[in-house]
Ligand binder design. Structure first.
Ligand code: PNS
Length: 158
């Protein structure tokens, strides 16, 4: 079984994440989404909210499973019998951080490969932080996030 893991903070999941996840289902039999417990920055949404928003956004895809994880990504990947980590790349600014993470993950577990997928042009400018900022100032976020996330953002940010 060809299994890939798509990890992230998903604070919240955006249309850009979804695009990468859906494209990954065309390449792998099973796609596991790993929502990190402690993202680098303090999240706006709780872990439960982030997981539920992801689950809701991918509910029509039988080949996608959603879990949260704490600790090292490579251990989560191994636990699920996967050997591939998928990351989306938007611009050159993503590269340095992604390169470092991929190299560190390879050092930790040489059998696990990081595969990069280029963001589709329509989402190349999109990020969870930008979406939160636009929503906070009551800008239009339709199309930038799945409808369930748009509703949740409106509910909590007013
Ligand atoms: O959506 P993000 O915030 O870019 O995702 C970052 C993530 C979750 C992939 C990264 O922070 C991560 O892998 N965290 C788990 C801890 C870990 O394994 N660190 C070592 C790799 S640098």
């Amino acid at each position: 079984m060809n299994i890939a893991v798509v990890p992230g903070s998903f604070d919240p999941i955006t249309s850009g994440h979804l695009d990468i996840i859906k494209r990954a289902t065309k390449l792998y039999n099973k796609v596991i989404i790993g929502v990190v417990v402690n993202p680098y920055k303090t999240p706006l949404f709780s872990l439960e909210q982030r997981v539920n928003m992801v689950k809701d956004a991918v509910r029509d895809y039988k080949e996608i499973e959603v879990f949260s994880f704490d600790g090292l990504l490579v251990e989560f990947v191994k636990m699920h019998g996967a050997r591939v980590i998928i990351r989306g790349l938007r611009a050159i600014t993503d590269f340095e951080h992604e390169f470092q993470m991929a190299q560190l993950n390879r050092k930790l577990k040489p059998d696990i490969e990081t595969v990069f997928m280029m963001a589709s042009p329509e989402y190349a400018y999109l990020s969870s932080s930008a979406v939160k900022e636009i929503a906070r100032y009551k800008g239009d976020i339709s199309g930038l996030v799945p409808p369930n996330v748009e509703k949740t953002l409106r509910d909590i940010l007013g």
